[in-house]
Design a binder for this molecule. Structure first.
Ligand code: ZN
Length: 319
C-alpha cells in the first residue's frame, strides 16, 4: 500500500512576519499579499498535480467587518479552493504567538471567531486546527474538542526547530527587539512524531482523546524538520535525502507557508523583511521548481489526502 502524505499551507499574512521579527506594524498594502499573490500560485500547482491540500486560514483575513472589500475578495479566493476539493482549517483569528498563555476567554475567542468565519466560507463545520508558532496546550485541545474538532496539527517534535527558535529569540532579546514568538515547551521534543490520540492533560503525550494529533513532519531518529522552507531552500541532493528519510514514517505531514511562494521583487516586499527571511531572497521561479520537483518525487510513493481525511483514518485506527 502507498504511504499517505498531506500537504498543508499556513496562510500567515505578512503582518505576522513583521511581528515575529520585531519589525513593528506592517504597511497596510501588504496585508493581503499572501492571499492575493501566493494562494493562486499554490492553487495552480496543486491543480496541475491533482493534489488536494489543507489551507490554514487566519480569521481576521476574512472578517468582513474588519477588512470589508479585501475580506470579500479573500473569501471568494478561498471559496474557489473549497470548490477545487481543498480543505480550509483554523489558524486562529489574529494569529497570537502566545495563544496558550492567553487568558482562557481570549484563547477561546481566538479559536471560536475563526471557527465561525472559516465555517462560513468552507460551507460546513471546520474540523482541524493549527496553533500559531506550534504552541498548543491542554486547554486549547479542550476547546477544540468542545467545538467538535477532529484533529489538531500543531505539535512540531523537532529539536532543530526548537534550537533555532531559541537562538533567534535570544539574539533578538540582546538586540532589545523582542520577538513575539513564544518558546514552546521543550516537552514537545519527546512527543510522538507519528499520528496519535493525545492525553487530555498533555498534548505531547499519547492518551485516549477522541481528537487526534497530527504532528508536523520530522525525519526518524535525527528529527530534522521536513517543512516547505527546508525543502525549497535545500539544494536538490539534500532535498532528495530528506525525502528519502521520510520513507521511514507511515505518514508525511508536509507543512508549507503561503510566503514560500512569494517573490520579493515581483510582489514588492520591503527590504527590511527580506533581510530577515532568507527564503525571500530566492526568486519565485526557483521555489516553484523546487516545489514541483518535491511533488513529482512524492507522487511515486504517496497518495495525497487532506488532513481531515487523515484524521478520520486515525480515528478508525487505519493509520
Ligand atoms: Zn502561522
Amino acid at each position: 500500500m502507498r504511504r499517505i502524505c498531506a500537504i498543508s499551507i499556513d496562510l500567515d499574512p505578512i503582518p505576522c512576519y513583521y511581528r515575529i521579527h520585531g519589525l513593528g506594524t506592517a504597511p497596510d498594502e501588504l496585508r493581503a499579499l499572501i492571499m492575493r499573490r501566493c494562494v493562486p500560485r499554490f492553487a495552480e500547482i496543486l491543480a496541475r498535480h491533482g493534489i488536494p491540500a489543507t489551507f490554514f486560514v487566519v480569521g481576521e483575513d476574512i472578517d468582513l467587518e474588519l477588512l470589508g472589500t479585501e475580506a470579500r475578495a479573500s473569501r471568494a479566493l478561498l471559496g474557489e479552493l473549497v470548490a477545487a476539493g481543498h480543505e480550509l482549517a483554523n489558524h486562529t483569528y489574529g494569529h497570537p504567538y502566545e495563544l496558550s498563555r492567553l487568558p482562557a476567554d481570549q484563547m477561546k475567542a481566538e479559536i471560536g471567531r475563526a471557527h465561525e468565519l472559516i465555517g462560513e466560507v468552507a460551507g460546513g463545520a471546520v474540523t482541524g486546527f493549527r496553533a500559531p508558532g506550534y504552541d498548543v496546550s491542554a486547554a486549547v485541545l479542550d476547546e477544540l474538542a468542545a467545538l467538535g474538532y477532529k484533529y489538531d496539527s500543531s505539535v512540531f517534535p523537532a529539536p532543530a526547530y526548537y534550537a533555532a527558535k531559541a537562538a533567534i529569540m535570544g539574539a533578538m532579546a540582546l538586540l532589545r527587539r523582542p520577538s513575539r514568538a513564544v518558546l514552546t515547551s521543550p516537552r514537545t521534543l519527546t512527543a510522538a512524531a507519528d499520528p496519535y490520540r493525545p492525553a487530555p492533560d498533555a498534548p505531547w503525550r499519547s492518551g485516549q482523546a477522541t481528537l487526534v494529533e497530527l504532528p508536523i513532519a520530522v525525519t526518524p531518529r535525527a528529527r530534522t524538520p521536513v517543512i516547505g522552507t527546508s525543502l525549497l531552500l535545500a539544494p536538490s541532493w539534500l532535498r532528495a535525502r530528506l525525502l528519502r528519510a521520510m520513507a521511514g514514517r507511515r505518514f508525511f505531514n508536509l507543512e508549507l507557508h503561503g510566503i514560500d511562494l512569494a517573490d520579493a521583487e515581483e510582489d514588492g516586499i520591503p527590504g527590511e523583511l527580506v533581510d530577515r527571511q532568507p527564503d525571500l531572497r530566492l526568486p519565485l521561479r526557483h521555489k516553484q521548481r523546487a516545489l514541483e520537483a518535491t511533488l513529482d518525487r512524492l507522487r511515486l510513493d504517496y497518495a495525497f489526502e487532506t488532513l481531515d481525511h487523515v484524521a478520520s483514518r486515525v480515528q478508525r485506527d487505519e493509520l
